[in-house]
Design a protein around this ligand. Sequence first.
Ligand code: MG
Length: 348
Amino acid sequence: MSKIIMNHGAGGEIMQEFLSKHIVSHFPKAAADIPLEAMDDSAVIDDIVFTIDGHTVNPLIFPGGDIGRISVSGTVNDISVMGATPIALACSVIMEEGLEIKIVDQIMESMGRTSRECGVPIVTGDTKVMEAGALDKMVITTSAVGRRSGLLDHNLKIASEYRDVKHRWCTDSNLAPGDVIIASGTLGDHGVAILSFREGYGFESEVQSDVAPLNKMIAEGLRAGGIVSMKDPTRGGLANTLNEWCSKSHVEIEIEQSFIPLREGVVNACDLLGIDPLSIGNEGKAIIGCVPSMANAVLKAIKSTPEGRDAAIIGTVKEGKERVILRTEVGGRRILEPPSGDPVPRIC
Ligand code: MG
């Protein structure tokens, strides 16, 4: 393949392979606690948690959110799922010549509102303009820094009372057999809302994007204690998240299909369009791995927050091959393959 294709940015196996071969391989290795090549949600260097995200969502404004809310939420969530506390954001806004200034105002107002909601200020930024036709309306890149808090230490201390915990952050590689997997709410909402609105399928009356900052919900989970891994199932959805965890933690994960929270509108839209809701991106959900003795306490804490009210235990970690097994509603077992890419392009 000599040219970039959409799947190079679609969050699945094709993107992972492209990143390793053509991006990460060119960069010098850093002595970081969580380096680039870990390809986790954030890096950790000198105990500073650091992440960056580019946002190219089409359309800019959609049912349940807009590019401004995604750009704050997605970056805050990538810091939060490491178990860290996000402290500040930076943003770069690149605009196309001819874009309506009232649209810019609407999106920046939404960024401001989301920043206030999560309590993470935007402290530095940059703007550029490109000539008409050189990019599609607007691209926002946000970066964030976070730090370790007493809450993370408290959480891991509780986990280590149960078993040895390899890593001192909530990394993809921290799971062990016996751990319990929790989904913080209904899956597939964001991808289906955008696809439906963009293509005019009409499901957006039932399904809105879930885009939201999760730092407060995650803090409640850490307060309960015993969480070892967390990830926001963005591009590639739950299928991608769980397969990444299996290969990085060297475990098998078994999921109970009937336990996975799904909205009826998402199930109907996916049936009609022939796509798998488990491979679609989310922007306001976290997948959480915790030690078994604390699973009910973590679930209760997550469910006590507005973002986590539909949370559910969906499966467990096993010793075995690095793969995800889905136990179906009729009692069968099938392998939940890592998606080659998210079936819905440009959702974040
Ligand atoms: Mg992430």
